[in-house]
Structures are given as C-alpha cells and as structure tokens.
Design a binder for this molecule. Structure first.
Ligand code: MG
Length: 219
C-alpha cells in the first residue's frame, strides 16, 4: 500500500487506490496529438504501483526510447460514490494535487495503430509522480487553477484547468456512472498542450497555481 502525503503534514493513513485517467480533455492537446476531443470522457487506468512523490525519480524503462511528460490536475476521492450528480460531486472530493501522467509515447503509438489498450505505455513503475495533497477546503475553485510544467527550468506546458472541456464535477459524475469511486482513488484529468520528450538527467517541476508543487528527476 502506498499512502498519500498531505501538504499540511497531517498523517491521514489514506492509501492510493485505483488511478482513473482521462485523455484529450484540452482541445489544444487533442489537436497536437492529431486527435479529436471525445464527446464523452475517454478513460484509462494506471496502477497504484506507478505512484512516486516529490523528490523521487522517474525510471526510464529499457523497452522504450521515448517518454513524454503530461502535467495534470489530480483529484483525490474522499468518500465512496456511485452514480453521483455533478451538482454534489465535490462533496466526494478529499483534495487535489499536481500530477504527471508519464507516457511511453513510442509504445502508445504502436498500441494506437493496432487498437490495443495503453496499459504498458502508461503503467510502468514511477509513471505517476504526484505532489503532496492539498485539501479541497483550501481550493476555492478547482476549475480555475493555473497548471505549469518546467523541464530543466524551461516552461513546457502552461494552461489553466478552466480550459478543460469537462469540469471537475462533470468528470466525477461521468466516472462514477461507470465505476464506484472509493476513498483514496485518484483521478488524473488529462493534460494541456505542450507534451514533449524527457531524457535521462532531466529535472521536472510542476505547479498547480501556487498551492501545489512537485519536483522529480529522470534516471
Ligand atoms: Mg494524460
């Protein structure tokens, strides 16, 4: 079991459950991937074993030659929910974090061509770095947070969660219509434009407005 780390340093003993990820939730990122934004959210899963924390390292797998960064808003679920309405969806949120959906783009490209799922491309150990969790009470509007990623000090991805095609509330409503969300589940909400390669030796720094930050390395 991997327990979350909280920004307020309190020990809450909440372990990471399933990680539900969305793809193509920002129009400009869908365009750069030569894809369309789907009418309903496009979901995939990452294993909890892919989680790492601030100060840790992303390990470059031997079978990939091309890793990409995708900076994303993370939502941590606080209460079990199934088939919730967007109107009260935020009642089920514990907090938020900034996350990186690390992707073996070369493996994903082959999978896309063959119509295969993305489990390998998205699921290696260390492929889900997350910041410490900030409680939702500290966040006035999750649908208006700036999101920024720098690699070796250079800005690579810069956007705002208001540019997502679905709100946080709509995302929780949709996912909970498919599967029960449980305390400790993490939703990775998709990435804005600017995804690009990372190399061994790179330093990645991500921010969610001025409320969360994350620094990880590539080895
Ligand atoms: Mg992603």
């Amino acid at each position: 079991m991997i327990n979350y780390i909280f920004k307020d340093d309190a020990k809450r003993n909440i372990s990471v459950g399933k990680i539900v990820c969305l793809a193509r939730t920002y129009i400009k990122h869908a365009e750069e991937m030569k894809s369309n934004v789907p009418e309903v959210p496009l979901l995939f899963l990452k294993p909890a074993s892919s989680i790492i924390f601030d100060g840790d390292s992303i390990i470059f797998p031997k079978i990939s030659k091309c890793l990409h960064h995708e900076v994303e808003l993370g939502i941590v679920i606080g209460k079990k929910c199934k088939k919730v309405s967007s109107i009260n969806a935020l009642d089920y949120v514990l907090g938020y974090c900034v996350t990186l959906d690390i992707t073996a783009r070369d493996i994903q490209s082959i999978a896309k061509k063959k119509g295969w799922p993305w489990g390998i491309a998205k699921g290696f150990d260390t492929f889900a770095p997350i910041s410490n969790i900030i409680l939702k009470e500290e966040v006035s509007d999750p649908n208006n947070l700036s999101i920024l990623l720098k690699v070796n000090g250079d800005a690579r991805q810069s956007s705002n969660t208001k540019n997502m095609v679905f709100t946080v509330e709509q995302i929780i409503e949709f996912i909970s219509s498919v599967m029960t969300l449980e305390p400790g589940d993490l939703i990775m909400t998709g990435t804005p434009e600017g995804v690009a390669e990372i190399k061994k030796g790179d330093v990645l720094e991500a921010w969610l407005s001025n409320i969360c930050s994350l620094k990880v390395f590539v080895t």
